[in-house]
Design a protein around this ligand. Structure first.
Ligand SMILES: Cc1ncc(C[n+]2csc(CCOP(=O)(O)OP(=O)(O)O)c2C)c(N)n1
Ligand SMILES: CC(=O)[C@@H](O)[C@H](O)COP(=O)(O)O
Ligand SMILES: [Mg+2]
Length: 608
């Protein structure tokens, strides 16, 4: 009988002997390969964390003791051991198992944010709370060597060193983020892995305990070290040396990122089941390579994601002009500001969601100084299987309030090339944003009017349909549906969506309705800005802004989620017809109730 069949919950691990535990680890590895190859997901990280997770669950009593996974992409074994093995067939599917810890799934899961370098801060606060309440509950934080390159980790360590709380820090050191982990911390960990203690250890220097390096695949050694840390009465870093992708040869052989994230793949070969199309990332990468050959001042900046953001070719051609800061977005942005102060034009390639973390740096280190920095936001809008903290749905709203920041949203390959060149040719801060998707066929403009691309220009349209970025294609498909229903629309791609192009006022005046559609939150998005822009200029044309709701969007496929929020052609067409059917008059409606009596001043209640 498979050992896995004996494990319904972590307590069931206690009775297993060494051979059974070894067999269990092998069974979990085989299960991970089979499941993740079938569904897609994080294969390399999870193959490296099997013994680590078994040892943690044998040493600590979850959920009484709390286990926090930094980033959370390496928590599949944790999910298997906490009763969710049977749900792996739904991994990262709409309504299925999340690829990260999920409080709705299990009391064993505590934090859901998949942004790196947060675990030790959560742990510091939690352990402090337990100390204040005299709770005898251990707090364990599993943090990768990549996550340790993030500044928040060091802010937490600085506090843990003097905190009344106690945390067992399980440093899962496989020497890699996607690629080899960058920076001095990584070099220090490598020295420690090699047994070189001449420089001491950083953690001891801060007054924290340090145990290791421990073989992260040797269960008895792991359990002994974890038990020592647990019983030490102080915060201890247990330095575990693991191998990302262990046990699956195609992952072990993957020099790029040890199969960090895989699509559905053939388990025999490790090759993708579907040959990938031409992605926005590919296009950006090749255009930046071309630009790099034309402009020596262009510097590519990445926060530990050179390959996934398309910078590999640029880095190979211009190694001295590629900066990998580690998982340190705030530093990456302000270092880019420094590069610009030094006469360079940095191109910061980053997933839209991760730039959230560096808003202050964009606002006050870059834009306040009007510096020529270009932010290329990949994975903007709905990304899909990585769920709420990975959708890049806030950039248009959040960055829309940054004075002097120009934002482009290309709709196809031609406009990506154009707008990227315009961005790096601009003397101030710029953004170019595009989704996690294959690039659709070009949509040539019928006419370009003062920088605005008119994609469809019928004779007597009532509606001006503004499609932002890749959703310009959706707007065109919606216009086809509407035309078939006898309702012609003008379709416009603004190209540069912030600041609002003044020519939009003239176009809006010539229509009875403006409908905008964007792959981002409605609140504060491009549609809202256009409505305010027109209102400020007393353009009476009503605006209907279509976009994402102000809520955390679950995981699922990009197309499923865009349809769920009516950001597909059918949804957009229905919204146009619905808006046209409503009375557009500005005539005031008769007041329904009795005249408003003067109200007594409220007593400061929040509902005032
Ligand atoms: C703030 C932030 N930036 C970037 C990422 C993308 N990302 C996901 S996992 C990962 C590498 C993590 O490396 P490490 O912590 O060593 O974990 P490992 O995958 O090696 O187990 C990165 C950069 C992220 N999740 N959060
Ligand atoms: C965990 C993490 O932040 C990334 O690994 C994330 O899975 C991004 O995946 P893609 O690069 O496939 O969008
Ligand atoms: Mg790592």
């Amino acid at each position: 009988m498979p050992i896995l069949d004996l494990i319904a919950e972590p307590a069931d691990l206690a009775d297993l002997d060494h051979d059974q535990l070894t067999a269990l680890a092998a069974e979990i590895r085989a299960f991970l390969v089979e499941s993740v190859c079938r569904a897609g997901g994080h294969l390399g990280p999870n193959l490296g964390a099997v013994e680590l997770t078994i040892a943690i669950h044998r040493t600590f009593r979850s959920p009484h003791d709390r286990i926090i996974f930094d980033t959370g992409h390496q928590a599949y074994t944790h999910k298997i051991l906490t009763g969710r093995r049977d749900r792996f067939g739904t991994l990262r599917r709409a309504g299925g198992l999340s690829g990260y810890p999920s409080r709705a799934e299990s009391p064993h899961d505590l934090t859901e944010n998949s942004h790196a370098s947060t675990a030790l801060s959560y742990a510091d606060g939690l352990a402090r709370a337990y100390a204040l309440d005299g709770c005898d509950r251990a707090v364990v934080a599993v943090v990768g060597d990549g996550a340790v390159t993030g500044g928040l980790t060091w802010e937490a360590l600085n506090n843990l060193a003097v905190s009344p709380g106690r945390v067992v820090v399980v440093l899962n050191d496989n020497g890699r983020s996607y690629g080899p982990t960058a920076g001095g911390v990584a070099a220090h960990l490598a020295r420690l892995r090699g047994g070189d203690r001449t420089l001491g250890d950083l953690f001891g220097a801060l007054g924290l305990g340090y145990l290791g390096p421990v073989d992260g695949h040797d269960l008895p050694a792991l359990e002994a070290a974890l038990a020592r840390a647990r019983d030490s009465g102080r915060t201890v870093v247990v330095h575990c040396v693991t191998r990302k992708g262990l046990g699956y040869p195609p992952a072990e052989a993957d020099e790029v990122d040890r199969m960090h994230t895989v699509p559905v793949i053939d388990p025999e070969t490790g090759h993708p089941a579907r040959s990938p199309g031409r992605t926005w990332t590919d296009l950006f990468g090749s255009e930046l390579l071309a630009l790099g050959g034309e402009r020596e001042d262009l510097i590519a900046v990445s926060a530990a994601m050179t390959a996934p953001t398309g910078l590999t070719a640029f880095g190979q051609a211009f190694p001295e002009r590629l900066v990998d800061t580690g998982i340190a977005e705030q530093h990456a942005v302000t270092a880019a500001a420094g590069l610009a102060l030094g006469g360079k034009h940095p191109v910061v390639a980053i997933y839209a969601t991760f730039l959230n973390r560096a808003f202050d740096q964009v606002l006050l280190d870059v834009a306040l100084h009007r510096l020529p920095v270009t932010f290329v936001l990949d994975r903007s809008g709905i990304t899909g299987p990585d769920g709420p903290s990975h959708h890049g749905m806030w950039d248009l709203a959040v960055l829309g309030v940054v004075p002097g920041l120009r934002i482009a949203a290309p709709r196809d390959a031609t406009t990506l090339r154009e707008e990227l060149r315009e961005a790096v040719g601009h003397g101030g801060p710029t953004v170019v944003r595009f989704p996690k998707a294959d690039v659709a066929a070009d949509i040539p403009p019928v006419r370009r009017v003062r920088g605005l691309d008119l994609l469809r220009l019928p004779s007597r349209p009532r509606t001006l349909l503004v499609g932002v970025g890749a959703l310009a294609g959706t707007a065109m498909a919606a216009a086809d549906l509407l035309a078939a229903a006898g309702e012609e629309c003008t379709v416009l791609d603004p190209r540069w969506v912030r600041p609002i192009n003044p020519a939009l006022a003239t176009l809006a005046r010539a229509h009875r309705l403006v409908v905008t559609v964007e792959d981002g939150v409605r609140s504060g998005g491009v549609g809202a800005a256009i409505a305010q822009f027109l209102s400020d200029r007393e353009v009476p044309t009503p605006v209907r802004a279509l976009g994402l709701p102000t809520r955390f969007v679950p995981h699922g496929s990009r197309d499923e989620l865009l349809s769920r929020y009516r950001l597909d052609p059918e949804g957009v067409a229905a919204a146009v017809l619905d808006a046209l059917a409503r009375p557009q008059s500005a005539e005031p409606h008769p007041w329904p109730g009795r005249p408003l009596a003067a109200r007594a001043p409220v007593n400061g209640s929040v509902n005032g």
